[in-house]
Ligand binder design. Structure first.
Ligand SMILES: [Zn+2]
Length: 457
């Protein structure tokens, strides 16, 4: 009897241990599930942000170093926890911005991006890691932010901001931040129509800019730029290049201004444009022209009272990547496959690579002649002479008296089209008569469709 009871007790103890282990496992699982934000592919109404009446002991410990600042204090910290910020673009600017806002204790962060993480992003988009390649950027950023501060509510959006969803989305967030050109007008207008300030920055090559639009009577983006720039003059990071730390610095400045606005100190950047020259290590602050009474969206009698078609307005696509120019007719262009057969058949021709030398140093086709587009546009005499010599040589090789064919290539097929237009003007005057064609899609099309061993950058 006593023996049986003893055995049962031992069994019971064993079962209790098992139950405790299962409970623990379940709690861990629930905790980790709750901390993984769910990716949103559309805009859904958000529940109001739960407002903290006071700071917890953990909050006090976590934020102690900034709580000591008289400029912030407990009141400012509580204001941060009651603020939601929408970050449009989780790239080079968005990563440090999200990181510092989360670290500082912003209540809710909306993270919007329609791209996936690529290897070429990692030098500047420091929230993503090698293991996140191919993952939605918004989700990768949200996970990284959650690791840093699990008390921040993170909502990753894997969607493209459009006139249909922008106002609905932006109305749910007091502050916003923007990205490329068509999106810039879209976000500006949505912010003006929703009465939100817009902390905007950009970074390209070795330069950065920052300003706060639509804030306490400051101008909006349209007040300053009523007309979009011609699409062919807009450079982005994938064709202009950027040193990773430059957007890093500008993203930190954005975080600074957002934190000042959100905590209640206010931004002093409203009427100013901050310019950062990383090469010369100089900051300059330019006073902006004031809010314009005749502004199409924030003026006295606005013509934009709801969102419009921004791609049509700007003449380019709203994503950073797929900006494709169409300057030439079909017979002025050939595909990479067609060019490949010219090469395979040893057809006499000249291939002019119009990329800047720095890109030619990264990779090039061995038989190409490098004359940068800028040299052609400026009619640089040594380059023009070189090209003329090659045309004469080619004419001697050709059996017939056809015009020597010149093909023009660049990285993606935009600059090469401009170069074709320049060369056509020169043909028969500054140069012997030639037939000029653009190689569609450039070297990146060559890399994806013809030669997979050719480097992509
Ligand atoms: Zn305006």
């Amino acid at each position: 009897m006593a023996q049986e009871a003893g055995s049962l007790k031992a069994q019971l103890k064993e079962k209790e241990k098992e139950i405790a282990a299962l409970k623990n496992k379940l709690a861990q699982l629930e905790k980790s599930h709750a901390s993984v934000p769910e990716l949103q592919d559309k805009v859904t109404p958000l529940s109001p942000l739960t407002t903290k009446p006071a700071l917890s002991n953990e909050d006090i410990m976590r934020y102690s170093r900034q709580l000591l600042l008289p400029e912030l204090g407990v009141k400012g910290q509580l204001n941060l926890s009651r603020t939601s910020v929408l970050i449009v673009g989780c790239g080079g600017l968005g990563c440090p911005l999200a990181q510092y806002l989360a670290a500082a204790g912003i209540g809710r962060l909306g993270l919007l991006d329609y791209d996936e993480v690529e290897l070429s992003n990692l030098h500047r988009q420091v929230l993503h890691g090698e293991e996140n390649q191919g993952q939605a950027k918004a989700l990768s950023a949200a996970r990284a932010v959650k690791r840093l501060n699990s008390t921040v509510e993170c909502i990753p959006y894997h969607l493209q901001l459009s006139p249909e969803n922008a106002v609905q989305l932006i109305q749910q967030y007091p502050n916003s931040y923007i990205y490329n050109v068509p999106t810039r007008y879209l976000v500006n207008d949505a912010c003006v129509l929703s009465g939100k300030p817009l902390v905007s920055a950009s970074a390209l090559r070795m330069e950065g800019q920052l300003t706060v639009y639509n804030y306490r009577g400051s101008p909006c983006y349209r007040c300053l730029y009523p007309v979009p720039p011609p699409p062919e003059t807009v450079t982005n990071c994938s064709d202009g290049g950027v040193l990773g730390v430059v957007p890093g610095i500008m993203g930190c400045f954005q975080a600074l201004e957002v934190l000042k606005i959100a905590s209640g100190q206010g931004s002093s950047c409203g009427q100013q444009l901050l310019m950062f020259d990383a090469q010369g290590f100089r900051f300059r602050s330019i006073r902006l022209r004031p809010k314009q009474a005749d502004c199409a969206v924030c003026g006295e009698s606005p013509s934009v009272t709801q969102l419009i078609d921004y791609e049509a307005f700007c003449g380019s696509a709203a994503t950073d990547k797929c900006r494709k120019l169409n300057l030439l007719s079909k017979d002025q262009r050939i595909t990479v496959q067609e060019y490949k057969s010219v090469v395979d058949n040893s057809g006499p021709h000249i291939l002019v690579d119009v990329r800047p030398t720095v890109e030619v140093d990264i990779c090039h086709l061995p038989f190409s002649l490098n004359i940068p587009l800028s040299s052609l546009e400026q009619r640089k005499s040594e380059d023009i002479r070189l090209l003329q010599q090659r045309i004469i040589q080619l004419k001697q090789q050709m059996a017939d008296d056809h015009q020597p064919p010149v093909y023009v290539i660049c990285k993606l097929g935009n600059d090469s089209q401009k170069a074709v237009q320049v060369l056509e003007k020169m043909s028969g005057s500054e140069l012997d008569s030639i037939t000029v064609k653009d190689v569609c899609g450039g070297l990146m099309a060559w890399a994806t469709k013809i030669d997979p061993a050719f480097p992509q950058y």
